[in-house]
Design a protein around this ligand. Structure first.
Ligand SMILES: Nc1nc2c([nH]c(=O)n2[C@H]2C[C@H](O)[C@@H](COP(=O)(O)OP(=O)(O)OP(=O)(O)O)O2)c(=O)[nH]1
Length: 140
């Protein structure tokens, strides 16, 4: 079974704040903060998948070319038997240009945070790794 490929976006506004999404109740990793995004579907490029996910999840429009690759993280994820464990790979892109005002369309919560504030949020595990890479890209 190939790994599950997931994409996430760090939307950075003019004040340098980054948009974070809190996963809604009833979902895997409920209540934890993440960079918004979701799974890449068959036949999609990662930027196209991210543009689609951010439209579905936040209601914003973003051109694929506005995404800059800025990090990745991976781990093995356990599923309930008889499903075998499966790898998950999460790709992070940053983006400064979009149209529309982000809104939590899928029942989660949104917030704009300085990178240093994101450190103290309860983050999903892979997003914690991505945050370190994003911070390094911002100059520490
Ligand atoms: N952002 C993030 N996602 C993770 C981590 N670990 C992990 O298994 N995932 C999974 C949860 C989801 O299955 C997938 C993210 O895609 P998604 O946001 O579209 O998934 P979802 O919860 O809406 O859908 P589902 O899993 O309930 O089918 O990645 C992690 O540390 N961070």
């Amino acid at each position: 079974m190939p790994p599950l490929l997931v994409v996430a976006g760090a939307l950075v506004n003019r004040a340098g704040l980054v948009l974070m999404h809190r996963r809604p109740p009833g979902k895997h990793l409920e209540g934890l903060w993440e960079f918004p995004g979701g799974k890449v579907e068959i036949g999609e490029t990662p930027p196209a998948a991210l543009a689609r996910e951010l439209t579905e999840e936040l209601g914003v429009s973003i051109c694929d070319s506005a995404f800059q690759p800025c990090g990745f993280a991976h781990e093995m994820r356990d599923f309930s038997p008889p499903q075998p464990p499966r790898g998950i790979v999460l790709l992070l892109y940053s983006c400064r240009i979009w149209t529309g005002i982000p809104a939590p369309l899928e029942g989660g919560e949104l917030g704009w945070f300085a990178i240093r504030q994101i450190e103290s949020l309860e983050l999903a595990p892979l997003d914690r790794v991505l945050l370190g890479q994003l911070r390094a890209g911002f100059g520490g």
